[in-house]
Design a protein around this ligand. Structure first.
Ligand code: CP
Ligand code: NVA
Length: 304
């Protein structure tokens, strides 16, 4: 594993190995073990072209925990924001840093950074996918459910970056995946074809049907970062695509609810259902830290 550009690049074994390492790092941190030897002297550049709370804080605290240093690079201040080509930025940063984490719009920009640079690149979210989040999600599911095989995950909402990555993560780990979204808001067509081929995949526009017997329910905002101008149109298209009591009770009795956050209460999920599952959701948010540290150790530590 040289980069983390998208989840599909990782085998089941590579994902499991990252999750095992994340569990170990979580255990060590909770027990006060000094972790500063893992990445002593390493520097991670973090380029943000979109806002972030969890991703920024998990990578920043993660680098400190591991003995390295994070460098926050806002695209407003970088020359990349004024049009310096990715090819040049990649080659310059490769001579000064040990790794780059980037959150941006186009997946191609992340792939180009990896292509033209010579250090590991980590995708901290694009319009296409969010692999870091799904590693934390898988870690949380395993904590609550013990294993993946045979579980059913149901995503209710926009076929966006989260849906794309969750679909890949679920199928890779042996889970069934269903999604309820309005027509015209389906996940990536090529990924859906892959999911059908590789595992059990169901697409519909009825959340109650999609949630039937699910072990894990998942949802995300109706309008993602960069889609602010579509807010009104999307609110109309997504009316009813909400995790409420009815959807929840269509799932298994012990079903968990996850959300990558930030949440829009009263849109993709009701206030009551969100709060009833807050423990799971905030464990999931905490696991961003441990999962991202596992990615950092795997990619930045020589012979990890
Ligand atoms: N879930 C997630 O990536 O959160 P942030 O946008 O706050 O980083
Ligand atoms: N789909 C959301 C996820 C945020 C973590 C977005 O891209 O804004």
């Amino acid at each position: 594993m040289k980069h983390l550009l998208k989840l599909r690049d990782l085998s089941r074994e590579e994902i499991l190995s990252l999750l095992n390492l994340a569990d170990q790092l979580k255990y060590e941190r909770k027990h006060g073990v000094d972790q500063t030897g893992y990445l002593k002297g390493k520097t991670l550049g973090m380029i943000f072209e979109k806002s972030s709370t969890r991703t920024r804080v998990s990578f920043e605290v993660g680098m400190h925990d591991l003995g390295g240093q994070p460098l926050f690079l806002s695209s407003n201040d970088l020359q990349i924001g004024r049009g310096e080509p990715v090819q040049d930025t990649a080659r310059v940063l490769s001579r000064m840093l040990d790794g780059i984490m980037i959150r941006t719009f186009a997946q191609k920009e992340v792939e180009d950074l990896a292509r033209y640079g010579s250090i590991p690149v980590i995708n901290g979210l694009t319009d296409y996918c969010h692999p870091c989040q799904v590693l934390a999600d898988l870690m949380t599911i395993r904590e609550y459910k013990g294993a993946f095989k045979g579980l059913k995950m149901c995503f209710v909402g926009d076929g966006n970056n989260m849906a794309n990555s969750l679909m890949v993560g679920a199928v890779r780990m042996g889970m069934k995946f269903s999604i309820a979204c309005p027509a015209g808001y389906e996940p990536d067509a090529e990924l859906m074809a892959w999911a059908k081929e590789e595992g059990e995949f169901e697409l519909c526009d009825d959340p109650v049907k999609a949630a039937r017997d699910a072990d894990v329910l998942y949802t995300d905002v109706w309008a993602s970062m960069g889609q602010e101008s579509e807010q009104k149109k999307r609110a109309e298209a997504f009316a009813g695509i909400t995790i409420d009591e009815k959807v929840m009770s269509s799932a298994k009795k012990d079903a968990m609810l996850l959300h990558c956050l930030p949440v829009h209460r009263g849109e993709e999920v009701t206030e009551e259902i969100f709060e009833a599952h807050a423990d799971e959701i905030f464990d999931e948010a905490e696991n961003r830290l441990h999962a991202q540290k596992a990615v950092l150790v795997k990619l930045l530590r020589s012979n990890a």
